[in-house]
Design a protein around this ligand. Structure first.
Ligand code: CUA
Length: 347
């Protein structure tokens, strides 16, 4: 079992993705600290058991091996009460200790701090929607949070829409374990991020063709930066087009895209697809699978299911390359000024 544990740890360490340091042994929340502490306890017991068992085996094999011209069976012994009680009692005590530590950890993790900021998480096929009821704002696929403030997530899965509702799972490895997103049910999980940075999130429940492409980012910033973001998002206005392409893009977007996509402080408030209010500040597109560049965005607008199997955004083969480029230019212009998340460390 130790060999397996080491192999699994190796896999966990190797899972760096695009410079992300996804590592449950370098916890950035008190909850993950509890979990990694527990892991070390279990690993410690496993290591001791490994050494004792392999040591005893080696000793017995060497000491009692057949020597010279010995013949026949060695003397046979049956039953040893003291030995049997010892080897039953020790594992029982170990299990009791691990049970106690686990129960304590579970209790710690389940206590939601009273000052936790609520965030509503809705899992869709195949993207994530985040609402901040206290601040009255919404984001999609990239969740911005203030450092050192506990956050309580109310997690569910979208029941509306053309596809059958399915179970997803909210997981940000460096911040918290998994929490299922279940249609018609609200589950909760809380954590307090302690380090500024960009954290890699991933759907952790097989949900369909693009389960592995259902990613997100949690961007943890200082309180001042967070306040700037909230102000900017609330008061957001699509900037006046700087050139003809952006103006054309705005026109096309308003005509074609707003059946599903919303932008703050405009008449377009559909919640069918991801919110695009400050799309220009996003690091990624397609729910965390591509870097947000105008070229990728243009390709995405023309044929999103080609870039992400099962994407519910229809392809637009009739859209000219120029028009797709205009829409991309308009979306990239949607920015809360002064925010840049690209320099933050990645976890
Ligand atoms: Cu959603 Cu897997």
């Amino acid at each position: 079992s130790l060999v397996w544990a080491i192999l699994l740890l190796g896999v966990a360490f190797a899972l760096g993705d695009g410079g992300y340091n996804i590592n449950i042994l370098d916890p950035a929340t008190s909850n993950n600290r509890e979990v990694s502490k527990l892991l070390w306890w279990v690993m410690g017991f496993a290591a001791v058991i490994f050494v004792v068992v392999i040591g005893a085996m080696t000793y017995i094999v060497l000491k009692f091996k057949k020597r010279g011209n010995e013949v026949g069976e060695p003397p046979q012994f049956h039953g040893n009460d003291r030995l049997e009680i010892t080897w039953t009692l020790i594992p029982f005590l170990i299990v009791c200790v691990i049970f106690g530590l686990t129960a304590r950890g579970m209790f710690e993790i389940s206590q939601v701090p009273p000052d936790a900021m609520p965030v509503k998480v809705t899992a869709h096929l195949f993207w994530w929607d985040f609402e901040y009821p206290e601040q009255g704002i919404r984001t999609s696929n990239e969740l911005i949070l203030p450092v050192n403030r506990p956050v309580n997530f109310e997690i569910t899965s979208n029941e509306a829409g053309p596809a059958k509702p399915v179970i997803h799972s909210f997981r940000v490895a460096s911040l918290a374990g998994t929490q299922d997103a279940i249609p018609g049910i609200v589950t909760t999980r809380w954590f307090k991020p302690e380090k500024e940075g960009v954290y890699y999130g991933q759907c952790a429940e097989l949900c369909g063709a693009s389960h592995s492409n259902m990613r997100f980012r949690v961007i943890v910033v200082s309180q001042a930066e967070f306040d700037r973001f909230v102000q900017g998002a609330k008061a957001f206005q699509p900037p006046a087009p700087t050139d003809a392409a952006v103006a054309k893009g705005q026109q096309l977007f308003n005509a074609q895209c707003t059946a599903c996509h919303a932008i703050n402080n405009t008449q377009h408030q559909s919640k069918i697809g991801p919110d695009l209010t400050f799309f220009g500040n996003r690091l990624t597109l397609g729910a965390g699978i591509w870097n947000n560049t105008p070229e990728r965005l243009e390709a995405w607008i023309k044929n999103s299911p080609g870039m992400k199997p099962g994407s519910l955004m229809p392809p637009f083969p009739q859209l000219s390359a120029e028009d797709a480029r205009s829409i991309a230019a308009y979306l990239e212009s949607l920015k809360v000024e002064g925010l840049d998340f690209s320099k933050l460390p990645k976890f």
